[in-house]
Design a protein around this ligand. Structure first.
Ligand code: UDX
Length: 449
């Protein structure tokens, strides 16, 4: 099928390249000509494992990129809208300006198109957006009628940063909504190349809600685990890792097969205590759903609590630090990890940011190491943080180490610390180290007797 993907950010680029790899004819569209030039040269503007290889393989075969939206619409049957939908902190609501602008622009192009076209929203949008914002904008600017001249659908993505290519090429489910049977049938055809995958065809609002509910559930599991962890510390004599480890063995969470073998689903890793979730999706999506609930006169106290717990969780590390060092001024602290999770260089909503901010305000001296960063991102370069290039370097001559991101390299810590004459205090924000291998150890959820 002939597809245009509008927006070559993270979701649009991965979707476009992967659909080309699956045999469709794809045109990627963006208003930034620098990005389009890069894509046409076979260079991915973002780093995502495996993406550049697929781009190089498909460019100028099944895949092209352009800034010319009209040409892309005229030469495709389906358009996927993949523009940003940030959360606006001022208005406390999802910001739909890019969705609205692109819908208007696509409508303008449809005005000059005689054949039927399907417009599909791939961006994460609150329920109702596709039918109540995108569809009217398309009708208004095209002068045509939805359901007759063009169709409207919704197709959320479930891509994890760092695993996005794998998640797209081998999905666990494909969800799509359509305003009518014709729209849904076209989406079935688009995804028919994904054999043996559960496909959920529904209306647009339900498809929109599935995305939010899926992300909110995982965020809830994380905040739930963190709430239990904090109580374990307050009570004392309870280690949350023993508690969550035993919870994971509930056969409704980790089923036991007839052979006696146990399945450990990935979801158990969201049922582990830590110093909070971050990234470009969970915080933004949960906040958008809460705001949407307010608007619909249906407050969401559970999700409110999920965000409140998460906002506080990074400070648990500061609390543990202050237990040992009540005065933080001039304290030498090593921060391990800046990315919000391993295998990415994304620092959006990373727990490291509020932790670093608090330490700087307290006049502590900060060293930081993250295996993916050779330089500090620009917005941090003015802060008083020394970026180290190795784990050995960052842990030398410090009073305390705060482990924040679950990078596998940090497993070397016990061995490296054992070589130091006066090993510093270690505060494990991810509970990834064996507490018995470190002389001075504190961790999230480790209630000491
Ligand atoms: C998430 C969803 O997983 C994905 O389906 C959706 O489309 C976009 O949002 P992403 O933000 O890339 O993807 O990251 P994810 O790997 O899910 O991590 C989100 C947060 O959960 C991180 O803060 C991470 O530290 C935490 N997490 C992740 C866990 O606590 N345990 C895990 O096993 C994985």
């Amino acid at each position: 099928m002939k597809i245009s993907v509008i927006g070559t950010g993270y979701v649009g680029l991965v979707s476009g390249i992967c659909l080309a790899e699956k045999g469709h004819q794809v045109i990627c569209v963006d208003q930034l000509s620098t990005k389009i030039d890069q894509i046409n040269q076979g260079i991915s503007p973002i780093y995502e494992r495996g993406l550049n290889e697929l781009l190089t393989k498909n460019i100028h075969r099944n895949l092209s990129a352009t800034t010319d939206l009209n040409a892309a619409i005229q030469h495709s049957d389906i358009s996927l809208i993949a523009v940003g939908t940030p959360f606006n902190e001022e208005t406390q609501a999802i910001d739909l300006q890019y969705i609205e602008a692109v819908s208007q622009a696509i409508g303008g192009c449809l005005r000059h198109k005689s054949s039927y076209h399907l417009v599909v929203v791939k961006s994460t949008v609150v329920p109702g957006t596709t039918d109540e914002v995108v569809l009217p904008a398309l009708e208004q600017s095209s002068g045509k009628q939805a359901g007759q001249d063009f169709g409207v659908g919704m197709n959320p993505e479930f891509l994890r940063e760092g695993n996005a290519v794998e998640d797209f090429m081998s999905p666990d489910r494909i969800v799509f909504g359509g305003m009518d049977k014709k729209s849904t049938d076209l989406l079935f055809e688009l995804y028919s190349v994904f054999k043996g995958v559960d496909k959920i065809a529904t209306n647009n609002k339900t498809a929109e809600m599935i995305k939010y509910a899926s992300n909110s559930l995982l965020a809830t599991l994380i905040s739930f685990s963190n709430e239990i962890a904090n109580l374990c510390v307050a009570i004392g004599g309870i280690d949350v890792t023993e508690v969550t480890g035993a919870m994971h063995l509930d056969k409704r969470i980790s089923p036991i097969l007839a052979t006696g073998e146990r399945i450990t689903p990935h979801v158990t890793t969201y049922l582990e205590a830590g110093c909070g979730f971050g990234g470009s999706c969970f915080p933004k999506d949960v906040k958008a759903l809460i705001a949407y609930g307010e608007k619909a006169a249906t407050p969401m106290p559970l999700l409110d609590a999920v965000m409140t717990i998460n906002a506080q969780q990074p400070y648990q590390l500061i609390k543990l630090l202050k237990k040992h060092f009540p005065e933080l001024a001039n304290l030498k602290v090593a921060l391990l990890g800046l990315a919000f999770k391993p295998d990415t260089d994304d620092v959006r909503e990373s727990p490291t940011l509020p932790i670093a901010q608090t330490l700087i305000e307290s006049q502590a001296q900060i060293k930081l190491f993250d295996p993916i960063f050779k330089h500090l991102p620009d917005f941090l370069s003015q802060m008083n943080i020394t970026l180290c290039q190795s784990l050995e370097d960052v842990i030398t001559d410090v009073d305390a180490i705060l482990l924040i991101t679950r990078w596998p390299i940090f497993e070397q810590l016990p061995e490296l610390l054992a070589k130091l004459p006066n090993p510093p205090l270690v505060i494990d924000g991810r509970r990834m180290l064996n507490k018995n291998t470190i002389s001075r150890y504190e961790g999230i959820g480790l209630g000491k007797s």
